[in-house]
Design a protein around this ligand. Sequence first.
Ligand code: AHR
Length: 333
Amino acid sequence: MLNRRNFLTAAVGVAATAGLAACAKEDGSSSNTSSGGSKTITLGFSQVGSESGWRTANTDSVKSAAKEAGYKLQFSDAQQKQENQISAIRSFIAQKVDVIAFSPVVVTGWDAVLKEAQSAKIPVVLTDRSVESDESLFVALVGSDFTDEGRRAAKILEKVLQKAGHKGKVKIAQLEGTTGAAPAIERAKGFKEVMDAEHKDDWEIVVSQTGDFTRAGGKQVMAAFLQSNPDIDVLFAHNDDMGLGAIQAIEAAGKKPGKDILIVTVDGVKDGFIAMSEGKINAIVECNPLLGPQLMEVVKTVHEGGKVERWIKTKESDFMQDQAKDALPTRKY
Ligand code: AHR
């Protein structure tokens, strides 16, 4: 996965890969013309699935930005299965697309297929999520800093607890995203980092399990949490959808979400903001899904053999419950 320490090393890899793209044009093995050519760019994009409101907004953003840029988009939905993504990437290679972009379901297991893309001289851009692979196998990542989102969730929880007047020990339930996915690993890591550094004596994660980033998963796992740990004070859900499912389970157990159990989630989709304006979520750490326009810029630069930043991040904010009503009408997703 990308981190600040390997950023510079990675930049060298970018130049090398961009060189590869240019080389592809020179030796005629790519279907398109080189820099400034008139042919349409063909982009193969493999999406994770449609597990959440965030994902729907991300898919819409990619599709509309590709249309706006005038690219031919080969879109494939992996239905949250890595084997589907690997097949889609192989099919993009066979079709000789100009650039491949994908949002990896999980972080491991990509080296073989990425090497195939490299051998075919097709540059690969990661979007949304990173991988644990040889970094020369992809050009750039367009996406959020999930570790920082985890840290931000812990910091905003401090404010939530203070506002609620909570004193003493804090028992936390964590709803994790898809096992092995970058946002699940890194959000948990960032949250724990702050917890270990600043709340070793007063905060404890008493239960933590995956809800697979879905509403149904969040509901089911939260119901089980409440059975085993009826005295949970806080829920940290790795995305809004799991938080929204958990709210249903909390209400079904006769408790008040946002009061009896304080809730912090990540994403900031409209449904999350609606629940927050109703007092059922206490704070949201935003994760911006509108990555399409930045992705298309990177695709163009890479296709033309230019240099791109190794990690292109988007601007994000944090929201407390008292900001929800004002922010709701301006939410774009
Ligand atoms: O990778 C981004 C995460 O994936 C979002 O937080 C979540 O909602 C989605 O499914």
